[in-house]
Design a protein around this ligand. Structure first.
Ligand code: PEP
Ligand code: MG
Length: 438
């Protein structure tokens, strides 16, 4: 010991904090008993060690480990119903960096009480199970994106498919699907449906749906631009090969064709002309298809709503796409939070269009369905029943809920509600009133 005291300068280097990411996080998890709420945690870059653990509200820890990336699932049990589940991430010193919380809830089990017990049908007819309290029958179909979804639609008791979004067949790959590949997908769905209706929507790309290998040019106004039927009519070979694939699948079920984003009668005529060309190609190759395949219009633009009477003369059916119809009618991008308050199918303008589309279809004697999200909204259901909608197309998980909601209303009650709603001037008034009657 020399008694010499030496001081060292200690340099502290600031480590830039790399944001820790917790992804795939359900804000609230609702599922069946036995299903799992999952946390995926990813940390990267700053060289620090993170720890994470998951615990429930009663403080029992399930897991603790060092991470750069990790996934942890917690099974939903009756005991965990309503419980909060925390994912806590700490740095190497035990300081909490981030906490995320999920409330786990068991999805309520629907009890169907208003089903007819016996349904009498002739051979070859389809029994109807979606019936109002006063006996009107409806068709309750599902929206799907892949043939696999068709299986789910049937498991959930869907009565057909009201919208097959075919763009999913074109995504996540590097080149166009061939006619044969498409045929296999459409045929698989038709076979799964065993004769129940299958409405296949032709390719709807552009807008918010991008397919990189098509090399679409960036547009200033993609929703107003080169999208859906507009793109397809300019890319005839691609369009014809899709139509041929759909026609070939029509030999295996009740397949129907639907064109998206129609705004003018010429577009419907041009699409139908291409269907006739495709039929003639198949005929000369001796390939089987349904000569009388119905060709319908997706009414999802304000223009199609305003000319619904003209379109109804040349279309075999309508299906109302409220997701786009609301945006186009309100001139409002639902992704923009500054104007999102305008995006509601309960705006009087949107409701008037919906009513007019349905009435024009009914007048022309063609079926009218709805495949936009609004079809599953309990507040919209009595209005659609009153206006004369005959088919609802919703996600598979909504089938039982929508069926139950339809069964709640008599036609007379629905008419009374609709009459009141259509005399109201604002969305607020309408939704506040509807909330009191459902
Ligand atoms: C719609 O616009 O309502 C619709 C069902 O089509 P998508 O959501 O695929 O645009
Ligand atoms: Mg749409």
């Amino acid at each position: 010991n020399t008694g010499f005291i030496c001081e060292y300068d200690t340099e502290i280097t600031a480590v830039p904090a790399t944001p820790l990411q917790i992804t795939s996080q359900p804000v609230n998890y609702t599922g069946a008993v036995g299903s799992k709420a999952t946390f995926t945690v990813a940390a990267s870059g700053d060289g620090l060690t993170y720890q994470w653990y998951v615990k429930t509200a009663n403080a029992s820890k399930f897991s603790k480990s060092s991470i750069t990336k990790a996934t942890y699932s917690v099974e939903l049990t009756a005991a965990r119903n309503g419980n909060q589940l925390y994912c806590i991430v700490t740095d190497a010193y035990g300081n909490t960096v981030q906490t995320n919380t999920v409330t786990m809830t068991i999805a309520s089990q629907l009890k169907i009480t208003e089903q007819p017990k016996n349904v009498s049908v002739n051979t070859g007819e389809i029994a109807k199970f979606t019936v109002s309290a006063s006996g009107e029958e409806y068709e309750l179909c599902c929206n799907i994106g892949t043939p696999k979804d068709a299986v789910k639609a049937m498991e959930k008791d869907g009565e057909g498919v009201g919208l097959f979004r075919t763009e999913f067949l074109f995504m996540d790959r590097t080149s166009l699907p061939t006619e044969d590949e498409q045929f296999e997908a459409y045929k698989t769905a038709a076979v799964v449906l065993k004769g129940k209706p299958l409405i296949i929507r032709t390719l709807d790309i552009g807008g918010d749906k991008e397919i990189p290998y098509l090399g679409l040019e960036k547009e200033e106004n993609p929703f107003m631009g080169f999208r859906a039927i507009r793109y397809c009519l300019k890319n005839r070979d691609m369009f014809k090969s899709q139509i041929k694939a759909i026609l070939r699948a029509s030999a295996f079920g009740d397949v129907r064709i639907m064109f998206p984003l129609i705004t003018a009668v010429e577009e419907l005529r041009a699409g139908k002309a291409l269907v006739e060309e495709a039929k003639s190609d198949l005929r000369s190759s001796g390939i089987e298809f349904n000569e009388n395949i119905p060709v319908g219009v997706m009414t999802e633009t304000s223009a199609s709503g305003v000319i619904a009477d003209l379109l109804a003369k040349e279309a075999d059916f309508f299906s109302i796409g409220t997701n786009d119809l609301t945006g186009y009618t309100m001139a409002c991008d639902r992704g923009n939070s500054d104007v999102g308050y305008l995006y509601s199918p309960f705006q009087p303008s949107v409701l008037r269009l919906i009513k007019s589309i349905i009435e024009n279809g009914v007048r022309a004697g063609i079926p009218v369905g709805m495949c936009g999200e609004a079809a599953a909204n309990p507040m919209m259901i009595p209005l659609l029943m009153s206006f004369g909608l005959t088919e609802f197309s919703v996600s598979a998980v909504s089938v039982l809920k929508v069926r139950k909601n339809i069964a709640k209303w008599t036609k007379a009650e629905a008419d009374e509600v609709a009459e009141k709603v259509m005399s109201m001037a604002t969305e607020k008034e309408i939704t506040e009133y509807l909330a009191t009657v459902i």
